[in-house]
Design a protein around this ligand. Structure first.
Ligand code: DI6
Ligand code: FE
Length: 417
């Protein structure tokens, strides 16, 4: 982190990396508070930040260096969407209509709709079709300054389709200038062919699917949906155990629709994050704090399900649990492709401050993502992933609902949008 005030001199070595001077920008500091922020300059060298400090004091450019004058524009770290189900076949607008007519999300799931209907569509789609559908959503996120994203599997629920989803996720990261972290969510729902045999399915997830997909280099982390309509505590623990034994970081969909205690379980396994958390209690908050976990809040799902049970923001704040925000982009509960809109919803629905929302899509999201190089912070030595905004105040990032305000996106030192 850098306040942008203190010049941090570091070796601007004579390597061949391209050097760029970004002049006259205003860095939105972590924990931003309304008020003037003096202008800074930043020097990037190749992929990384080599110098940040007071405007006008950067090392003088030499021949071959590029210079961009940002004319006092506000700059944040690249935005990070740390919880998505971006890759899936089809959409579920008809189910939305049913819910509007009175059916509950859980009713629909129990009647063979819900997640399982997306499983049918995802199994039926070929890899290229899945890729093309997901690319549209990825580009919508990128247009708002997203430079890193987590993508889960979990609409395959068989080895071949989970593999197909994770391969698509990897391809997305090659096709676009965005860091993709993949999460294996084989334990998202019970596939119809395992009806009444949830323990057998979990055994397959742990003993067959996870090892195979990890060996193919497709898995960066492992997640499980611990819920009445998902998997119980014992089944969730088996997944966490299997992942941990294989050296993979874990996370959990926890306490979304009821309080099962999944968060405390995830804490025992040193999870990166617990996500959703509408029903989380104080014991769970304390467990998160102790384990150094991030609380990933998903206001899009809360809104889209017309939920009324708020996550315990006051407790998370009081106990100092970092809060991240993500889209949860998925066809059933959050067909959202705007992280800025999630900031707005987190402020209006969950009463987050603008500063919390900004930190929630940058440094705290990075900590939930678990990608070693993605920090969500602008400081010397860190990757040069940042966004230049067309706003008078950083509060505008949480204020507009749909107005594009992103002027430039820089990833790994290169202008990519
Ligand atoms: N919680 C969610 O909100 C999504 N998955 C999950 O575990 C919903 C997935 C869906 O309905 O398709
Ligand atoms: Fe989710």
């Amino acid at each position: 982190m850098s306040s942008g005030q203190t010049p941090c001199v570091n070796a601007l070595d004579a390597g061949s990396a391209r050097r760029v001077l970004w002049k006259n920008l205003r860095l939105v500091p972590p924990g931003w508070q309304a008020g003037p922020v003096p202008a800074s300059d930043m020097v990037t060298e190749g992929r990384r930040i080599a110098w940040i400090g007071t405007a006008g004091q950067a090392p003088a450019p030499v021949a071959g260096d590029a210079t961009h004058d940002l004319q006092g524009a506000w700059v944040t770290p690249g935005l990070i969407d740390c919880h998505t189900h971006l890759v899936h076949g089809g959409q579920r607008a008809d189910e939305f209509a049913l819910r509007l007519a009175g059916a509950s999300y859980e009713d629909i799931a129990r009647q063979g709709g819900g997640i399982v209907s997306s499983v049918r569509a995802t199994r039926a789609a070929d890899e290229d079709a899945l890729f093309e559908q997901a690319l549209v959503r990825l580009d919508a996120l990128r247009a708002e300054g997203v430079t890193a994203i987590e993508i889960k599997s979990g609409y395959g629920l068989d080895l071949a389709t989970e593999r197909k989803m994770l391969r698509v996720a990897r391809r997305l990261g090659q096709a676009r200038p965005v860091t993709v972290r993949t999460t294996f969510l084989g334990a998202h729902a019970l596939p119809p062919e395992y009806a009444g045999r949830a323990d057998d399915y979990i055994a397959r997830v742990c003993d067959v699917m996870l090892p195979a997909l990890q060996d193919e280099g497709l898995v960066d982390a492992v997640d499980v949906f611990c819920e009445g309509i998902g998997f119980n505590l014992a089944q969730s623990e088996r997944v966490l155990q299997a992942a941990t034994q294989r050296g993979l970081p874990v996370k959990m969909h926890a306490e979304q629709l009821s309080l099962l205690g999944g968060t405390a379980l995830a804490a025992r396994y040193g999870a990166l994050s617990a996500d959703h958390l509408e029903w989380l209690d104080e014991a769970g908050v304390l467990a998160m704090r102790q384990a150094g976990m991030v609380a990933v809040l998903l206001p899009g799902a809360y809104y889209f399900l017309r939920d009324t049970h708020l996550p315990p923001i006051g407790l998370l704040r009081r106990h100092g649990v970092p809060m991240a925000l993500a889209t949860d982009c998925n066809p059933g509960t959050s067909p959202a492709t705007s992280l800025l809109l999630m900031m707005n919803m987190a402020c209006t629905l969950f009463k987050l401050t603008v500063a919390e929302a900004l930190d929630g899509v940058t440094r705290h999201a990075a900590d939930a993502l678990g990608a070693p190089d993605v920090t969500g912070r602008l400081a010397v030595g860190h990757l040069a992933d940042f966004v230049v905004w067309d706003v008078d105040s950083p509060a505008e990032l949480a204020y507009w609902m749909g107005l594009p305000r992103c002027r430039r996106v820089v990833r790994h030192g290169e202008i990519v949008g």
